[in-house]
Write a protein that binds this ligand. Sequence first.
Ligand code: GLY
Ligand code: MN
Ligand code: MN
Length: 444
Amino acid sequence: MEYDELLGRLYADHHNYLVSLYESQLEEAGWDGVILASGYPRAIFGDDQFHPFRVSPGYRQWVPCGDHDNSYLVISPGQRPRLVCHQPEDYWHVSPTPPSGLWTNHFELSCVPTRVAAAKALPGRLSRWAFLGEPTADVRARGFGAINPQGLVSALNFHRTVKTPYEVECMRRANRIAAAGHLAALDAFRAGEAELDAHLAYMAAVRQTEARLPYPNIVAFNEHGATLHYDLFDSEPPPESLSFLIDAGADYLGYAADITRTHAARGGLFSDLMEQLDEAQRSLISSIEVGMSYVDLHVAMHLSIARLLKRFMIVDMTPETMLECGLTSAFFPHGLGHHIGLQVHDVGGKISDPGGTVIDQPPSFPFLRNLRPVSVGHVFTIEPGIYFIGQLLEPLRSKAEGSAVDWDLVCELMPYGGIRIEDDIYVSESGPENLTRDAFASLQ
Ligand code: GLY
Ligand code: MN
Ligand code: MN
């Protein structure tokens, strides 16, 4: 069972935390209350089918069950939170399982059979109420004081970066599920199977449907690893297996794991580079301290990557010069990582306060998603990479810095695609806890 006694206890504190957070934010912003909507399924254009439905993250933070559309959470200071669950009677589709478990004791719960009844159960006068979520035309006509008011959204996003023990436990469990999937996929790769087989082995091990996963699996053999979000699945094995990059996660009560591992078919240059990047990643993680800037961690990783490029004679230049002229970005073009939680790329990484002040994006690192100083309670990924991407490396040939690149070595490494190693890190009072490495260790 997903929601056990431990989670029941942790959820009680999590719920109390949310009650006091919301009450203080509503009072500060002058709202009588807020309604969080679970959302609604989107029709596929010109079809009578729907895109997979995912409840909105703000609602999900309160509600561990994730499959009720057109449902509402009604929060008003001093009142017990009210959950209006749309529980249709439907012989075409399976109705969601009615909410159950200890968490339901924290709500005034009502289940209603239609969307209209759910909307009717909302308070009548809403001009001093805020609405959070994706509004339907009906909601727009209800006269809410504001729909997704920026002040409230920014404050909640900012606070969402600090995870409660309940949320961290969900992510620990998501990591354990995903780690088992990674081991199964690796077995398929080692057995000489195709990308599609490795993907299916992963899915079988995690026992979650693709619609439930926090993001689509990246299962890339050989040069496919150089496409950062490679999303095809070859159904035939390649003539020769060189490398395997898998970026795949799992869900636990709405919380995500996001894990990448790279494997080499045999020893040699690529395998050595991979091991040393793994070591550099672990060393960076062990250096994490509260108050440090995540941007500085990103820069430190660029420097480590520059050292590796020099050590492996891929680039003959001092690491500092490599960083200055931006050469490492051709090998490591994405950010070091991002906050993770209810969304794989969780909110709040680019604002410095609850007011929503936007932190300037460092111009050299346009794709870095976390610009915050490290705080207790943050959960973020650390995911360095070294890739051999023709589109980024070829233009260097005609530049001055290109003369420092050993192009023969680059050509030798291109068929291997690239390396990414990604762990989910919880910053606890006593230091960084590596949810991902702990998950793999628990399976040994
Ligand atoms: N899997 C998406 C990411 O690593 O950010
Ligand atoms: Mn990630
Ligand atoms: Mn990932």
